[in-house]
Design a protein around this ligand. Structure first.
Ligand code: DCP
Length: 232
């Protein structure tokens, strides 16, 4: 399957008068974001920007994400503050392509991952307050451009299954309960009727992530054209 040429994009999906567009793909751990991103990367006018997990794995010679999973109480705050820094950098990185697609955003970090750490008592009130003040300051001073949020909604059970199949060493401590709690945060943020179609001013497109797209190429093509048609 070759790349889709820019001419084949639906007209509403083209950058209007040179304005470049930014899409973020959201979803739980192992919800299938990487597979969707790799399909989107075949489109000529699209550039993919993945989560900087390699940077999270190697900070001053230490594996920060690994430590966070081993001892979230000790490292959760530092990890999330580094996620905020590296994701803000990604949000503002210039790209050549008319459409940039980011894996996650500073918003899911705050409204799903940090919220869950705080709610479960792993991140204490002072750490949470300090994180939120940093978040508010940096997002107010340099607001990330968001034209569309694609929410890949996969059940926690399906995510857990996929997580075990891929077997990343740092993610061994991730339990089904943790994925269920994150799923609830994602649903509160993007899944309920109130916010179903809008997050602030940004439209939200919900895609069923339970079907295995690796086995179904037509399904992915459908998702890709659905995403591009929402950009007008
Ligand atoms: N993570 C976190 N807090 C954040 C962002 C990410 O704790 N604010 C963690 C969750 C994962 C790891 O970082 O353990 C990387 O994210 P994903 O596993 O979701 O990325 P994948 O590429 O694996 O996603 P998918 O499996 O959907 O393709």
């Amino acid at each position: 399957h070759g790349r889709t040429s820019a001419e084949n994009l639906p007209s509403r999906g083209r950058a209007v008068e040179g304005r470049k567009l930014r899409i973020v793909v959201e979803g739980n751990i192992a919800s299938g974001k990487s597979t969707l991103l790799s399909k989107l990367s075949r489109i000529n006018s699209v550039e993919i920007m993945v989560e900087p997990v390699e940077e999270w794995r190697n900070l001053a010679g230490g594996n920060l994400i690994g430590r966070m999973y081993e001892d979230a109480k000790r490292w959760g705050y530092l990890f999330q503050s580094y996620v905020l820094l590296t994701m803000m950098d990604l949000h503002h990185k210039q790209v050549e392509a008319p459409v940039a697609v980011l894996e996650r955003s500073v918003y899911s970090a705050r409204y799903c991952f940090v919220k869950n750490l705080h709610k479960s008592g792993v991140m204490d009130d002072m750490e949470h307050e300090c994180y939120c003040q940093w978040f508010d300051l940096v997002t107010r001073q340099s607001p990330p451009q968001l034209d569309l949020i694609v929410y890949l909604r996969s059940s926690p059970e399906v995510c857990y299954q996929r997580l075990q199949e891929r077997g990343r060493k740092e993610e061994k401590p991730v339990t089904l309960e943790y994925l269920q709690a994150l799923h609830e945060c994602y649903e509160d943020w993007l899944g309920n009727d109130k916010h179903h179609s809008w997050h602030g001013n940004t439209p939200v497109l919900v895609i069923d992530g339970n079907e295995d797209c690796k086995l179904n190429n037509t399904l992915h093509k459908k998702h890709c054209s659905n995403i591009l048609s929402h950009l007008g």
